[in-house]
Every structure is written in structure tokens, then in C-alpha cells.
Design a protein around this ligand. Structure first.
Ligand code: SAM
Length: 242
């Protein structure tokens, strides 16, 4: 085994999906923050159409559904997450206007100018921020909105250890101002940007720490799982260190 820590993207998808399958959200976030982002968006009605890209099991989608009257389509690569998504919609009696579909954000199942709002929490990095905002724009109606979360740097310079880790995990990581400039270049009018509160990350890493323990126990002796857990723990360790 090399000393180099692997990033999450280098592991088998089955491992990643199993790790994140027993939780309401598959990434950092909360209903409060979803609602804060939604508060910047005007004009949604029961005739509007929203797409939630990389929706996972739909934690944030159900919050959107409970706070709008619009139709919502969740697009997700992993069919087990889509099954859980549709079960969650049904449990909340939202199945008539909230549907999860198996699909790829690289080839979205929409017509040009079909959507009033594109939502994507913790997922656009899978295609890359710049590619995502550029390729998805054609699906928005004139005056439509996009709301995404993106891993960004808060300062111009960083300690080498965390710079190296995130540069490898997500080479497109950049400052907020550079991300906003990319949005403007892609033809969007930036409405709002804000930083998720620290508690979003500390809650996420608290969950992740417990999950690592139970995951290791379940897969006792599995070297790949041990490496995956080490990589997850290293990310959390860097967060708390810096
Ligand atoms: C970090 S999770 C976030 C899930 C959810 N949005 C949330 O915040 O809880 C990223 C999601 O993107 C999905 N995903 C990854 N690549 C994808 C692709 N090419 N097309 C659609 N979904 C994808 C993953 O399966 C995963 O559910």
C-alpha cells in the first residue's frame, strides 16, 4: 500500500454508495440551508418545473417540494437512490409532482428551455462546475434560475497539505469570486452567493465518523474498505486542522 492517501473518487462506486445509503442526505446540507437558497428564487408556481440534479435519495428535494407547488424531477445515476427517492416522495404524499429518474448529468433528459429552476446540492462537481453550468444552461427558460453548492476556497492562499488534498480530489476547486466570474462568463446573472455555516460541515463529519466505525465493523478485514475509511477520516481531519 502506498503512503499516498486516495481521494473518494478513486474508490469503487459500490463502496461509496453503500457508505452513503443509510442517510437522509448524501452530502453536507440541511433543510434550513436549502430554504435559504430557495428564498433567493422568485416566481415559482404550480406550473413551474424544477430539476434536482444528482438528487441522491432526495433529502433536499423533499424540502423543495414541501415549500413550492412546482413539479420536481430528481435526476440520479444510482438506481437504488432513485428507488429510495420515489419511496420518500410517496411517504410524504408528493408522488404526483415529485419523481426521481435514473439519469446522467452529462446527458440530461430535458428539452431546451424546459426548466424554471435547476437545483444541485453537492453534486455538480461530478461533471465539474464550469462544464455543468455551461451545459445545463440551455435547459433553463429565459429568466430561469440555477442553484448549486460548490466546494470553494475562502482565501487566496492555503497551507500546502490541504491545498494538495483538495487539488487532487477536485482539481477545479477555486475561490468564490472565480466561480462567480465563471457563472457570468457562462451567461448567468449572479443573484446570491453565501457560505454554508460551519455546523453543516461539523454535523456531516460527526455523522461520517460514526458511519466509518460501523462500516469498518461490517467489512472487518477488507483492505479496500479500510483504505476508503482512512481517506474519509483524513478529509475530516484536515477540515478540523485547518
Ligand atoms: C454528494 S451526493 C449529493 C446527493 C444530494 N444532492 C444531497 O445533497 O444529499 C452526489 C450525488 O450525485 C450523484 N451522481 C454522481 N455522478 C452523477 C451523474 N453523472 N449523473 C447523475 N448523478 C450523479 C451520486 O450518485 C450522488 O447521489
Amino acid at each position: 500500500m502506498s503512503n499516498e492517501k486516495q481521494t473518494i473518487h478513486e474508490f469503487d462506486l459500490n463502496i461509496i454508495y453503500e457508505f452513503f445509503s443509510n442517510t437522509e442526505r448524501q452530502g453536507p446540507g440541511s433543510a434550513k440551508e436549502t430554504l435559504k437558497a430557495l428564498s433567493f428564487i422568485d416566481g415559482l408556481t404550480e406550473k413551474s418545473k424544477i430539476a434536482d440534479i444528482g438528487c441522491g435519495t432526495g433529502g433536499q428535494t423533499m424540502v423543495l417540494a414541501q415549500n413550492t407547488a412546482s413539479e420536481i424531477i430528481g435526476v440520479e445515476l444510482w438506481s437504488d437512490f432513485v428507488k429510495q427517492f420515489n419511496q420518500n416522495a410517496q411517504n410524504q404524499n408528493l408522488q404526483d409532482r415529485v419523481k426521481g429518474v435514473v439519469g446522467n448529468m452529462e446527458n440530461l433528459p430535458f428539452q431546451e428551455e424546459e426548466l424554471d429552476l435547476i437545483w444541485s446540492e453537492g453534486a455538480i462537481y461530478n461533471i465539474g462546475f464550469e462544464r455543468g453550468i455551461n451545459e445545463w444552461r440551455k435547459f433553463l427558460k429565459l429568466g430561469g434560475y440555477i442553484a448549486v453548492t460548490e466546494n470553494t476556497w475562502f482565501s487566496e492562499e492555503r497551507p500546502a497539505e490541504i491545498q494538495d488534498f483538495w487539488q487532487k480530489a477536485y482539481p477545479e476547486i477555486d475561490t468564490i469570486s472565480n466561480k462567480v466570474a465563471q457563472m457570468q462568463k457562462a451567461g448567468y446573472l449572479p443573484v446570491a452567493t453565501y457560505v454554508l455555516p460551519e455546523t453543516i460541515w461539523t454535523d456531516f463529519y460527526t455523522w461520517q465518523t460514526l458511519r466509518c466505525d460501523s462500516f469498518l465493523k461490517k467489512h472487518h478485514g477488507n483492505k479496500t474498505i479500510e483504505e476508503f475509511v482512512a481517506s474519509e477520516r483524513y478529509e475530516a481531519e484536515l477540515y478540523y486542522k485547518y
